[in-house]
Design a protein around this ligand. Structure first.
Ligand SMILES: [Zn+2]
Length: 482
């Protein structure tokens, strides 16, 4: 596999390119879905091909093909070079300033005890249908659904630095949900088995059955939930709910390509201008947000990125102060850094690598603190669990987030569910309102498997995490249903 990729890079170099890399990907994907008492779909694909990227006179060219053979590799290198020549004519005066990186040899494999593609479809169906059956036992539940998603990406990467890299990463995700129907209302409640880079071993039938029962009961409870009041309240977010807020208000805001104006479509841009690095108070001193592309089972952990840079761990925000962006080799120089943070990933052999959010999480509190204690000194507030609709502006500044289930807190305790509650804030106000987060024993990881970015859009995956966390005096408003 490496031979042809190396030939591609050598050819590009002989033809005058400053840098070249070549990737071959084998992408296996399977999605099994269920509706009520039957399977509703099974999509299985195996997709292979290669891409060649060349840097010529400071400008990029990229081309790809599903036919991985000598003649085709030569044609694709030629095409990439032709595109780079055309780009060079229109490139910025300085061109691409490419951060150096030593040659690397690495073979990274995620841990996968039970290969999901070797597990029989019957066993997958059994897991989903057992959960659906339990949800349908609840008389208010009129529809029960779920899916399992498995991905295995094998990647061979060679570049003109002399790097030869291989990775083999399997990731799994599952969601089940119940829809309860009342006289004039319907409500959905879901459970996401934490997605991660693991195999089928991450799913246990007993857990699906237990969660299904809770999900159904809470979908029913949502039917009789009262509308949330509007006003300013203290809130507590569970780790799943906060994972999405971290993703949108910290992850995307700290992508350096976005800051530099390279990414404008799809709510691109960022308020986090370069002068804020090392200075800006992003949050309270309770807020330390770590990026870690070496995190075990992390969805963005893949050994090395598609610039040939190994996975790293660094602070994005430490004790409330903004420290560093996520970057790639093309962007490091913009903030005076000599080396990329290793965040450039492509979602397919036919895609160019772009800066993607790393595994990113809120560090747990240093002192022992459990969720009951977190709620205890809230007189009147709200507890947000799970992910729901959200909205954020193109500067990643003003936002609102809902929850899949929201409880009112009265005198330090959960006191009944409310519906249509959204919390509304702006990124620094929100994170500065954080006054406590639970300790390590309550910290959980959650995955995002469908992060969209770029034009044409690419879909990336990454892990976020947090312990239950409290924010003071946050605006609550009503969304849909109100
Ligand atoms: Zn995203």
């Amino acid at each position: 596999m490496f031979d042809l990729l190396r030939q591609a890079c050598d050819l590009a170099r002989r033809r005058g390119c400053e840098f070249a890399d070549a990737r071959y990907l084998d992408i296996r994907r399977q999605r099994v879905s269920s509706r009520d008492r039957a399977l509703s779909g099974c999509n299985d694909s195996d997709d292979r091909g290669f891409g060649v990227r060349v840097l010529y006179r400071g400008a990029w060219g990229f081309a790809s093909s599903p036919r991985f053979e000598a003649g085709e590799v030569e044609r694709v290198v030629g095409l990439a070079l032709e595109i780079a020549r055309a780009s060079a004519a229109a490139a910025r005066a300085a061109g691409v300033q490419w951060a150096p990186e030593p040659a690397l040899r690495l073979d990274y494999r995620s841990s996968c005890e039970q290969d999901p593609f070797a597990v029989a479809l019957e066993d997958k169906a059994d897991l989903l249908l057992a959960a659906n059956e339990v949800m349908l036992q609840n008389k208010s539940v009129k529809r029960a659904q779920g899916y399992l998603l498995f991905k295995r990406i094998r990647r061979w990467y060679v570049n003109s630095d002399g790097s030869e890299l291989h990775s083999d990463v399997t990731s799994s995700e599952s969601v089940i949900w119940a829809i309860a129907v009342g006289d004039d209302d319907f409500q959905e409640r879901n459970w996401k088995a934490p997605s991660s880079s693991r195999g089928f071993e991450s799913f246990r039938r007993q857990e699906f059955v237990e969660q299904a029962e809770r999900v159904a009961a809470e979908a029913e409870e949502k039917l009789s939930a009262r509308l949330a009041p509007e006003g300013n309240f203290d809130i507590v977010t569970d780790s799943e709910n906060l994972s999405l807020t971290i993703h949108e208000s910290v992850g995307h805001a700290t992508e350096l390509d976005r800051v530099m104006g390279y990414e404008v479509s799809l709510a691109g841009g960022s308020f986090l201008t370069r002068d804020k690095k090392g200075e800006f108070r992003y949050g309270s001193d309770q807020v330390t947000l770590m990026a870690d592309n070496t995190l075990e089972h992390g969805l963005a952990t893949q050994g090395f990125d598609d610039d040939g840079v190994p996975g790293q761990r660094w602070a994005i925000v430490r004790d409330g102060i903004f420290q560093a962006y996520g970057s790639g080799r093309e962007f490091a120089h913009y903030v005076g850094e000599e080396r990329s943070r290793g965040c450039c990933r492509a979602d397919h052999w036919s895609s160019i690598p772009i800066v993607r959010i790393p595994n990113l999480f809120l560090m747990p509190g240093k002192n022992r603190l459990d969720p009951e204690e977190l709620l205890a000194d809230i007189e009147h507030g709200f507890y947000f669990e799970g992910m729901d609709s959200f909205s954020i502006d193109q500067w990643r500044l003003n936002f609102q987030f809902g929850g899949n289930a929201v409880w009112e807190i009265r005198n330090g305790k959960k006191a009944g569910m409310v519906k249509a509650a959204l919390y509304q804030s702006s990124t620094p106000s929100f994170w500065n309102a954080c006054d406590a987060t639970c300790d390590e024993s309550h910290w959980r990881a959650h995955g995002i498997m469908n992060c969209g970015k770029g034009d044409p859009m690419q879909i990336a995956q990454m892990t976020h995490g947090a312990a239950p966390t409290r924010f003071r005096n946050i605006r609550i408003c009503r969304g849909r249903d109100a």
